[in-house]
Ligand binder design. Structure first.
Ligand code: IPM
Ligand code: MG
Length: 367
């Protein structure tokens, strides 16, 4: 009862999270993220509910489809999707396999309209030595790659083999609207950051890239508060390594973004700490950047931090809980600084589960 004598009802708004552990280390890193989310859930009474679904090789094994219709239905019924990893060596080593786990990821991105892939890259002081780059280059790096995710050469048609089998073709297409919607996301992010967008393209060669420049320049004209810089992807790739601090938001198309985001991950010192968000107008999926790392699956060796940080991005972007997201980020910082890390970071001595326990405990301190 409040001071007016009126009953206050705590409206417990349920937030449904689809949980797709996928393959390899996916299930164990997802478990750690769920552990951390539960601390937030219980402390702040968020009403999180989880629904598990199959994806990737696990789904092929179970039902013969890497992105089953049932999984799609669960994804569209939920408020956000937390995803582990996809991929299995039994498909990688079989060039004749017609169904592949990765098709599940591409089908899911496309079916859910996840057009903007957001990949933050930042350096941690405690990890400066883990990067192959010199300390003074990687120190204080903090940028975000915004990669267009459901267009371009990944999806363009026609694609395939010529009838005689002697040539193959892929098609890169982009429409004005496809470019504009992801450009808007990049500008939105830049507004909340250091207000700079760099478009990486190949406008000196590709027609699609020239359209990208046109659309971005037009949009930039309406947003003079944002500084916009245009670079060709080849020299941009060099600058990401040479002077990574000059970037704030990198905007780029699907294939370039795939390449540049893996390249950028060396700055952080471990692929095991980079989270990502794939955002559409009606759905959002959060996943670590790393793959399924089958060699480590089930051995309590995988780094859970990327998935835990992906869960933090989910709280921030999908559930508008920036303070809770910050609490998780601080907990991860503390775990790294105090050496509660897995073997990929400074030869850490802790297992997946133990790191998850520590981050969960530290998250509680910051909520
Ligand atoms: C990524 C991956 C995927 C991609 C693969 C697994 C299809 O490399 O998310 O960056 O190329 O988009
Ligand atoms: Mg990739």
């Amino acid at each position: 009862m409040n001071r007016f004598g009126i009953f206050e009802f705590q409206l417990l708004v349920m937030k449904k999270i689809a949980v797709l552990p996928g393959d390899g280390i996916g299930p164990e890193v997802i478990d750690q993220a769920l552990k951390v989310l539960e601390v937030v859930n219980q402390r702040l009474e968020c009403g999180f509910e989880y629904e598990r679904a199959l994806v990737g090789a696990a789904a092929i094994d179970a039902v013969g489809n890497p992105y089953p219709e049932e999984t799609h239905q669960i994804c569209i019924a939920c408020d956000a999707i937390l995803f582990g990893a996809i991929g299995d060596p039994k498909y990688d080593n079989n060039p004749k396999a017609t169904i592949r786990p990765e098709q599940g990821l591409l089908a899911m991105r496309s079916a859910l309209g996840l057009y903007a892939n957001i990949r933050p890259v930042k350096s941690y002081d405690a990890l400066l030595e883990s990067s192959p780059l010199k300390n003074h280059i990687v120190k204080d790096v903090d940028f975000v790659v915004v990669r267009e995710l459901i267009g371009g050469i990944y999806f363009g048609k026609p694609r395939g083999r010529a009838e005689d089998g002697k040539s193959a073709f892929d098609t890169c297409t982009y429409s004005y609207d496809e470019i504009l919607r992801v450009t808007k996301k990049a500008f939105e992010l830049a507004k909340m950051r250091r207000k700079k967008v760099t478009l990486l393209d190949k406008a000196n060669v590709l027609a699609t890239s020239r359209l990208w420049r046109e659309v971005v320049a037009e949009y930039a004209g309406m947003h003079p508060e944002i500084e916009v810089d245009y670079q060709f992807i080849d020299s941009g790739a060099m600058h990401v390594i040479q002077k990574p601090r000059t970037f704030d938001v990198i905007l780029t198309e699907n294939l370039f973004g795939d390449i540049i985001s893996d390249e950028a991950s060396v700055i952080a010192g471990s692929l095991g700490i980079l989270p990502s968000a794939s955002i559409g107008d009606t759905a959002a999926l959060y996943e670590p950047i790393h793959g399924s790392y089958p060699q480590a699956a089930g051995q309590n060796r995988a780094n859970p931090l990327a998935t835990i940080l992906s869960a933090a991005m989910m709280l921030d972007y999908s559930f508008k809980m920036p303070d809770a997201a910050k609490a998780i980020e601080k907990a991860v910082d503390k775990a790294i600084n105090e050496g509660f890390v897995t073997e990929d970071i400074n030869n850490g001595k802790y297992g997946t589960k133990e790191v998850g326990d520590k981050v969960a405990e530290f998250t509680g301190l910051y909520l």
